[in-house]
Design a protein around this ligand. Structure first.
Ligand SMILES: Cc1cc2nc3c(=O)[nH]c(=O)nc-3n(C[C@H](O)[C@H](O)[C@H](O)COP(=O)(O)OP(=O)(O)OC[C@H]3O[C@@H](n4cnc5c(N)ncnc54)[C@H](O)[C@@H]3O)c2cc1C
Length: 396
């Protein structure tokens, strides 16, 4: 039989709102599956949101092993952690440079009897969820991380936890997308999208699907062809401010991520990060010197050399929280519009898993069992979800 081949199906056109680690990772995944993708961001360049302000810990075990009421989140974290080695290699290959991916694992240390007990329960929780957790006798702890204070009371090594430099991750994502033909549209605030046969963006471009990944900001308004407002069924975002300190790298500084209950230390080659405050319902990025001094004092109790090392800078970022502190991933109440929001304190960790889940839905209409608990329309009373009172402590 002869004749011309069947016409090729045109590529699915997808607009992503938000060029943070979540939106950019989704763009890369969609592009690799053949979609025609454009990312819109209100910032003038990469890094307008919180992603570039993160510590870059990929702490699936530390973060989620002990959260008994959040099994689905632990499963998502584990899956994301498993994706990261290949994801990092892909970013380095396509983005043309390192992301400082490290598999040294994380140490959890105790300074008090209460923290020794806390470590014991974390160890049991990790073992119950098959995360690697190795209790370290004090002499082994000192060998593994010589920078630690000599008077600690206990230690645990979480071998599965990893880390990257989030600044480099964003840079590599940007380069990889530019190289693979994804349109990066900076300086484009998207406030309103018209839904009809296609989705019409403010710049007049049409798309078949829209993904909202704009972090802690309210989602754009969607209207029908006659201007009537359509509900996405999403709750209002819950901003959670986090302050963090960057200390100059020091000789014989720490090599691992080190956690205790109220502070963490995440060493990178450009600086040593010490974080972070957790200030719920705060959306400002002011730095409070008392909070930073407190972080420094807590870090110096773990690694004495950090007491006097020069401060390079300190900053605050706004984590995109949600009413139940769990992400919103999947189709919204408007068919063809997807959410990738509410990644709170683990957006860097979750990004490759969210990208996979969203791409499965957008391209194949397939809902991953991993995503069932994160249906973005799960809240009964969208846009009116109550905010819980402000709390301060230490977290990512
Ligand atoms: C101090 C601190 C430490 C952290 N440490 C870690 C960590 O170690 N590991 C980890 O996994 N996570 C960490 N996090 C959390 C992590 O930073 C976030 O979960 C993640 O960056 C969220 O990414 P995002 O892409 O959803 O949001 P963002 O990075 O904020 O991206 C959203 C983008 O949307 C754009 N935008 C917003 N509204 C619009 C609009 N209307 N139109 C167009 N563009 C718009 C913004 O300009 C922005 O670029 C930390 C956070 C903080 C504050």
């Amino acid at each position: 039989m002869s004749g011309s081949p069947p016409p090729r199906k045109p590529a699915l056109r997808v607009a992503i709102v938000g060029a943070g680690v979540v939106g950019l990772s989704i763009a890369l995944e969609l592009r690799s599956r053949g979609a025609d993708v454009a990312v819109y961001d209100r910032g003038i360049e990469l890094g307008g949101g919180v992603s570039i302000r993160a510590a870059g810990m990929l702490g699936a075990a530390f973060e989620w092993a002990a959260e008994h009421d959040k099994r689905a989140l632990a499963a998502l974290a584990r899956h994301a952690g498993q994706l990261w080695p290949d994801h990092a290699a892909r970013l380095e290959r396509l983005g043309g440079g390192p992301v400082e991916y490290s598999r040294e694992g994380a140490l959890v240390v105790a300074r008090t009897a209460g923290e020794v007990e806390w470590i014991a329960s974390l160890t049991a929780a990790c073992q119950a969820r098959s995360f690697s957790a190795l209790t370290l006798p004090l002499k082994d702890l000192a060998v593994r991380e010589p920078a630690l204070a000599p008077d600690l009371l206990g230690g645990l090594w979480l071998a599965d936890d990893q880390q990257v430099d989030p600044v480099l991750v964003l840079q590599r994502l940007g380069a990889a997308l530019a190289r693979t033909g994804v349109g990066l549209r900076f300086g484009r605030q998207v406030d309103r999208i018209t839904a009809g046969q296609h989705f019409l963006m403010p710049d007049g471009e049409h798309y078949d699907r829209v993904v909202i990944a704009n972090g802690a900001q309210p989602a754009p308004v969607f209207v029908g062809p006659r201007g009537a407002r359509l509900s996405l069924g999403l709750p209002a975002p819950v901003p959670v401010k986090g302050q963090i300190l960057a200390i100059a790298p020091i000789e014989q500084g720490p090599r691992h991520v080190i956690h205790t209950r109220d502070v963490y230390i995440a060493p990178k080659s450009r600086w040593i990060l010490v974080g972070a405050t957790t200030e719920r319902n705060r959306a400002d990025t002011e730095v409070d010197r008392d909070a930073i001094a407190q972080l420094r004092a807590r870090a110096a109790a773990l690694v004495p050399a950090l007491a006097d090392a020069p401060e390079l800078t300190a900053w605050a970022g706004v984590r995109p929280g949600s009413p139940d502190d769990q992400p919103l991933i999947g189709q919204t109440a408007i068919p063809g519009v997807f959410a990738a929001l509410g990644h709170y304190r683990n957006g860097v960790l979750f990004a490759p898993a969210t990208a996979e889940i969203v791409a499965d839905q957008v391209i194949d209409g397939k809902v991953s069992p991993l995503a069932a608990a994160f249906d973005p329309t799960r809240f009964d009373n969208p846009d009116a979800a109550p905010h819980s009172p402000s709390v301060k402590g230490s977290d990512n």
